[in-house]
Design a binder for this molecule. Structure first.
Ligand code: FAD
Ligand code: DHB
Length: 388
């Protein structure tokens, strides 16, 4: 098999890249280890930045997003006895949309036209630093396949083989782990809030998010290594109610049937450069952020928007300035989002250190009382314009 762009991974980064390339008349083949159903059912991110909404809309992927997603003007920040709304639209002229990654994935699958080879095993990258890069893999019938391409796009998330195809001397890794995780639940109950609540509490962070008018998504800070099965439904709702301020100024949290419960570890990770020869990394393959601030999916979308534009210039217009600048340009946004996610995470998660708690509360008071502080958070959360 031969194609122009061999894409590894059919998550949001891989499928969106392939879709954008197809719109520019560029052929690609996507290979994916999992089944289409498995990829579409993974419950992950829920918030799209302003620029991600614009990009998906301009790529013809906005119909359901605008019909079924919900535009939010901002978020609430809260701590015991206080809740403040930050209005991103007033502060920056930009908003966000609540629209689950599962829905983005469904829209991508429905719109996608090129070949996607699901359920492959043993994906290997070869000769990525030459002008004859290729992949080998075994298809689901057990047949060994070779896919030759002009370039390879590594969109294979945090466990794929692409990032390790950049050899040691060229590759730099930056990493930070955090001493806590999130217990996430999905519940068949109407959200108890119109917009997301990010809550600081001495017993740990809590977040009230949502997927639709009838489905809520909530998170609790828990110690690393927590077994979700050890948290009963009643205990989970009680802890959420306490941390989210049930009873404060008459606000109540309505519990409901929990349909999914899982624990997510948190880490920051960046691998540079995002290009090695004819291999380009995009999305979680190159970087991971802790979820506070909802940047993971948005960053994957920003990477591929940039990469699709740069590959189009290279393969169709025969100009290489954009592709040569891809890694540096993408990494500017990556580091901005890495900082923002780290800042939101460390501002909102409880530790045993009373000094740190006072600094966190001071920071929260400043962010919610100063237009400069609020605008900084709003600008980063609603997201910077895409560099395309
Ligand atoms: P992925 O979605 O991981 O897609 C990569 C694809 O590559 C996968 O389908 C994988 O099966 C495939 N692949 C892997 N190895 C191979 C191989 N050898 N050959 C072929 N294919 C391969 N972000 C937020 O903003 N908010 C959240 O609440 C949030 N929650 C999350 C919860 C979890 C459990 C996880 C893991 C992530 C979460 N994220 C969240 C992050 C967000 O989901 C990711 O940033 C986003 O999925 C990145 O998209 P991607 O396409 O780069 O990677
Ligand atoms: C969601 C996840 C996040 O990490 C976040 O900051 C906001 C919302 C969500 O899953 O809805």
């Amino acid at each position: 098999m031969r194609t122009e762009v061999a894409v590894i991974g059919a998550g949001p980064a891989g499928l969106l890249l392939s879709h954008l390339l197809a719109r520019a008349g560029i052929d690609s083949v996507v290979v994916e280890t999992r089944s289409q159903e498995y990829v579409a059912s993974r419950i992950r991110a829920g918030i799209l930045e302003h620029a991600a909404v614009d990009l998906l809309t301009s790529a013809g992927l906005g119909d359901r997003l605008h019909a079924e997603g919900h535009e939010h003007r901002g978020v609430y920040l809260q701590w015991p006895e206080e809740r403040h709304h930050l209005d991103f639209l007033d502060l920056t002229g930009r908003s966000v949309h609540v629209y689950g990654q599962t829905e983005v994935q469904k829209d991508l699958v429905a719109a996608h036209q090129g070949p996607v080879v699901y359920e492959v095993t043993d994906t290997r990258l070869h000769d990525v630093h030459t002008d004859q890069p290729h992949l080998t893999f075994v298809d689901r019938d057990g047949v060994h396949q070779r896919l030759d391409a002009t370039v390879i796009a590594g969109c294979d998330g945090s466990f794929g083989p692409s990032r390790a195809a950049v050899p040691e001397p060229a590759r730099r890794v930056f990493e930070r782990t955090y001493p806590y995780s999130w217990l996430g639940i999905l519940a068949d109950v109407a959200p108890s809030t119109d917009e997301l609540i990010y809550a600081w509490h001495p017993d740990g962070f809590a977040l009230h998010s949502m997927r639709s008018p009838t489905v809520s998504r909530l998170y609790l800070q828990v110690p690393n290594g927590t077994d979700p099965a050890r948290w009963s439904d009643q205990q989970t709702w009680d802890e959420l109610a306490k941390r989210l301020g049930h009873g404060q100024d008459g606000w109540t949290l309505t519990p409901g049937p929990i349909t999914d419960k899982s624990v997510l570890p948190m880490r920051s990770f960046v691998q540079t450069p995002m290009r090695y020869g004819n291999l380009f990394l995009a999305g979680d393959a190159a970087h991971i952020v802790p979820p506070t601030g909802a940047k993971g999916l948005n960053l994957a979308i920003a990477d591929v928007a940039l990469l699709a534009r740069a590959l189009t210039a290279q393969l169709r217009e025969h100009t290489t300035a954009l592709i040569d600048a891809y890694s540096e340009t993408a990494l500017r946004r990556v580091w901005r989002c890495t900082h923002f996610s780290w800042w939101m995470t460390t501002m909102l998660h409880a530790s045993d250190d009373p000094f740190e708690a006072e600094l966190q509360l001071s920071q929260l008071r400043w962010v919610t009382s100063s237009t400069a502080g609020a605008t900084g958070l709003a600008e980063n959360y609603a997201g910077l314009p895409l560099a395309v």
